[in-house]
Ligand binder design. Structure first.
Ligand code: MTE
Ligand code: MO
Length: 460
């Protein structure tokens, strides 16, 4: 037997280098949400995105400015108040917080919180409207595209972080380990950096897109007449990202289940509902509606019910105030050029001043009450302090409690309306509102109006 002739060699498959295999895998994309045809809502498109975007273009800068104002109001030049590490340049705009007019922090911070809440549905709708962009493929097309996507990471990451931490804070929910105050501050700078880049890139497109459909016509268009935006509504670069368009108009739209006017009404209605359910934390007649504002509805506890019936942030029990320490043996320790200890009776025997002043919490709620007590300047004079100086205020709380002590700025100490209050609305302070004595300073954030005061040290 002869050995069989060797089989003719099979044609060798063309050798595919691993690099080109990777390249073709990359071009095909990972599938799933990365395939543009899975995004089918017929109302998604640059016009709807631009309408939502224009609301945020106004709202977000107001949020940023009122946020910076609030940060300044903490008087961070005083190490005792501000603990943000390495704030450096970002904190460099800081100025001495004013103590006039008394309502300024109330309005600014009320705006920050209520506006933040009512922008939330708009932010969510805006994110929904651009979600196909998150799954854009190829995810990076050029250096410019990479930079744009980096700015989007700051923008979207910053927005989600700022809204989530802000809302959690006003609902007293702290599922994280970092300080809210530091995190919200740094997050704001990251967010605004992404926002500015995004606005520069998109405002021209937004203006062009808004001109292409009239809002009035859109509001008159029923569900049955709702059609996708034309793929080329984006102008020269139309037809999805591959053709260089915006990639928002669906390639394979399904029939509309909501009109554009329905979608806008849903978002606007949600914002309005949120507004109604929170505005009561600053606007008294709406108080019983403020279901989303936990402190607005807190009920008075303990002594002097009526006069002391207003929002309580932290109760005496939560602050672990020892009732015995607030009794007849309590003394106010006053330090200046000399030191004095005063009983509550001695304080009540001094000239009393009555002022209508707000408590304005950083969490957005505020309430104006009528406080009676001794002027801080009078207490200063008593220990030989005649000029404005910073004032360190300490309370009966345990060392380490977050709001135990504060340093007021010299202008706050010197304001003739700044009081060590002993009474409110004609009655003694209740334990929860700071008995035996609390500080009340015009225009200061609520957190600087220390309750259960034990020491006042004028920083000569
Ligand atoms: N000692 C002390 N003072 C404090 C607080 C505190 O926790 N401890 N909370 C502050 C905060 S954050 C606010 S908003 C006001 C609230 O005052 P109120 O509870 O009397 O309305 O008190 C401030 N004074
Ligand atoms: Mo507060």
């Amino acid at each position: 037997m002869s050995t069989p002739a060797p089989a003719p060699a099979k044609p060798r498959p063309a050798k595919v280098s691993p690099a080109s295999r990777l390249r073709s895998l990359y071009q095909r994309g990972p599938g799933g949400p990365f395939r543009p045809e899975v995004w089918r809502s017929p109302i998604r498109g640059p016009w709807l995105t631009s309408v939502l975007g224009s609301a945020l273009l106004v709202g977000i800068p107001v949020m940023f400015i009122t946020g910076l104002v609030s940060y300044a109001a903490y008087n961070p030049q005083f190490a005792a108040n501000d603990t943000t590490p390495n704030k450096g340049l970002l904190g460099s705009y800081l100025f001495n917080w004013v103590s006039n007019p008394s309502w300024i922090y109330r309005v600014s911070q009320g705006t920050h919180v209520v506006l933040g809440l009512l922008l939330t549905p708009i932010v969510l709708a805006k994110l929904w409207s651009v979600i196909p962009k998150l799954f854009e493929w190829p995810s990076v097309r050029s250096v410019a595209h990479a930079l744009e996507r980096l700015s989007l990471a700051l923008l979207v990451g910053g927005a989600v972080f700022e809204f989530a931490t802000g809302i959690a804070d006003i609902e007293y929910f702290y599922p994280w380990k970092f300080s809210f105050y530091d995190g919200h501050f740094y997050g704001a700078w990251a967010f605004i950096a992404g926002f500015v880049v995004h606005a520069i890139l998109k405002v021209p497109i937004m203006r062009k897109t808004l001109r292409q459909r009239s809002l009035r016509t859109e509001l008159a268009t029923s569900l049955a007449d709702t059609r996708p935006e034309s793929a080329d509504s984006g102008g020269p670069d139309a037809g999805g990202p591959d053709a260089g368009g915006y990639g928002l108009v669906p390639i394979a739209p399904r029939p509309a289940t909501i009109s554009r006017r329905g979608a806008l009404a849903l978002v606007g209605g949600s914002s309005l509902a949120v507004l109604l359910l929170t505005a009561g934390e600053s606007i008294r007649p709406l108080r019983s509606l403020a279901l989303l504002a936990p402190r607005a509805r807190s009920k008075p506890t303990g002594a002097n019910g009526k006069a002391n019936d207003f929002e309580i942030n932290i109760t005496a029990a939560t602050a672990e105030i020892n009732a015995a320490a607030t009794g007849a043996d309590w003394r106010l320790q006053l330090h200046g050029a000399r030191s004095v200890a005063l009983s509550r009776e001695q304080l009540l025997a001094m000239p009393q001043t009555t002022e209508e002043l707000p408590i304005s919490c950083v969490e957005g709620w505020s309430t104006v009450q009528t406080w009676t007590g001794v002027r801080l300047v009078d207490l200063g004079r008593m220990v030989g302090v005649a000029e404005p100086v910073p004032l360190f205020v300490d309370s009966l709380e345990k060392p380490g409690k977050a709001f135990r002590s504060v340093t007021l700025a010299a202008n706050q100490m010197a304001n003739p309306r700044s009081l060590l209050a002993l009474r409110v609305n004609g009655a003694d302070l209740s334990p929860d509102h700071g008995f035996p004595a609390r500080v009340i300073v015009p225009a200061a954030p609520g957190v600087h109006c220390t309750k259960w005061v034990s020491h006042l040290s004028f920083q000569l």
